[in-house]
Design a protein around this ligand. Structure first.
Ligand code: KG4
Ligand code: ZN
Length: 340
């Protein structure tokens, strides 16, 4: 093994996925995610249940990641872990485990910001997935986050816009709940929207200054609209499900596209890299691709397994930090609100 062979074990436990990955330099060797099913019946993540499930999952998930990578613990160069942002109880499980493992193996510990990781996920080496070049704009959209970030290099990032209330994934999930769809409803809205008319119903878009977003008003608008219609026709949702979903999705896509256009104009940067679970949405993908022709921008969408919460993205940040010898001391603790 020469000194250019860096093996990172990465651990992610910020929300409701327990994940571990092994990377050899910027290449992925294994990527294991244990999704917690326990939250489904509650229609959202229950923090206390999440941290308990992390405790149960973390050892088998790490074992599996090492086994699939065919790597022995003693060959690891460092342990990278998510320090934050996220749910405190969840973060503590990964943080404590990473600290103990690095101490036990006597190898460096590397703290990682989860949001930075969503962005650097684009740099995991993959054929057919070109990497953005600096500077670029990153749009991180998920159930927990909605951010536009100006990315100048691997570590220099500036949040230039973010949600002032709900995340975009919540707008999908909460609207879906109003329609009686199970959690998480985002993928279902996407599916039904494909056969619906996006202009069937009109929902007003929020007026928010600059590059910030707001999604809580949309949820309320959907709720009032449905309550009113169902009063007149109890079968309204069943009879118009696809049109309702298409109209909700159309509004969300418009809100995002308005701000992206503004961000491109404001920064002069026309490369856009998207990440987070909501980047799977077909309406958003189509609108971004159409913008390539229309507005001359270039879009980057990573492999799907790197867009939702995963440890591979934590590992790639770990790799770049390892090259810079940016290590963390044992006094580190999890941080629920961790800015970069
Ligand atoms: O990144 P992720 O797996 O977890 C975090 O929230 O951090 O994102 C999950 C979110 C959920 O809100 C889910 O409804 C949404 O991503 N989502 C979608 C689609 N696939 C996942 N929303 C709209 N359309 C989709 N196809
Ligand atoms: Zn995330």
């Amino acid at each position: 093994m020469n000194s250019r062979d860096i093996y990172i074990l990465a651990i992610e436990s910020s929300c409701d996925d327990t994940a571990a990955a092994v990377l050899h330099n910027d290449k992925l060797l294994s990527n294991i995610v244990a999704t917690q099913e326990v939250h489904k019946k509650y229609g959202g993540v229950v923090p206390e249940l999440a941290s308990r499930a992390h405790q149960q999952n973390i050892v088998p998930v790490i074992h599996q990641a090492l086994a699939e990578a065919n790597i022995d613990k003693k060959d690891l160069s460092a342990i990278a872990f998510t320090k934050g942002p996220g749910l405190m109880g969840s973060l503590l499980v990964g943080t404590s485990f990473a600290k103990s493992l690095s101490m036990g193996l006597n190898i460096p510990l590397i703290e990682v910001n989860h949001m930075q990781a969503h962005i650097l996920a684009h740099f995991i080496d993959e054929e057919d997935f070109p990497k953005p070049t600096f500077p670029f704009l990153a749009l991180t959209i998920s159930g927990g986050h909605t951010q536009v970030v100006k990315v100048s290099n691997y570590f220099e990032m500036e949040v230039i816009g973010q949600t002032i209330d709900d995340a975009v994934g919540e707008a999908f999930d909460k609207s879906a709940k109003i329609l009686g769809l199970p959690y998480p409803g985002g993928p279902l809205i996407d599916r039904y929207a494909r056969t619906g008319n996006p202009k069937a119903y009109k929902f007003t878009k929020p007026k928010v200054d600059g590059l910030d977003f707001s999604f809580s008003g949309l949820k309320t608008a959907v709720l009032y609209f449905i309550q009113k219609e169902v009063k007149n026709n109890p079968n309204f949702i069943e009879e118009n499900r696809d049109d309702i979903c298409a109209s909700i999705q159309y509004t969300i896509v418009e809100i995002l596209m308005d701000k992206i256009k503004k961000a491109v104009k404001q920064t002069g940067i026309n490369q856009i890299a998207i990440g987070g679970g909501v980047s799977a949405n077909s309406g958003i993908r189509t609108a971004l691709k159409a913008g390539e022709q229309k507005y001359g921008w270039q879009t980057y969408i990573p492999k799907f397994e790197y867009t939702t919460d995963n440890a591979a993205m934590i590992g790639i940040v770990g790799y770049y930090k390892y090259l810079e010898e940016e290590f963390t001391d044992m006094g580190v603790t999890a941080q629920a609100r961790y800015k970069f």
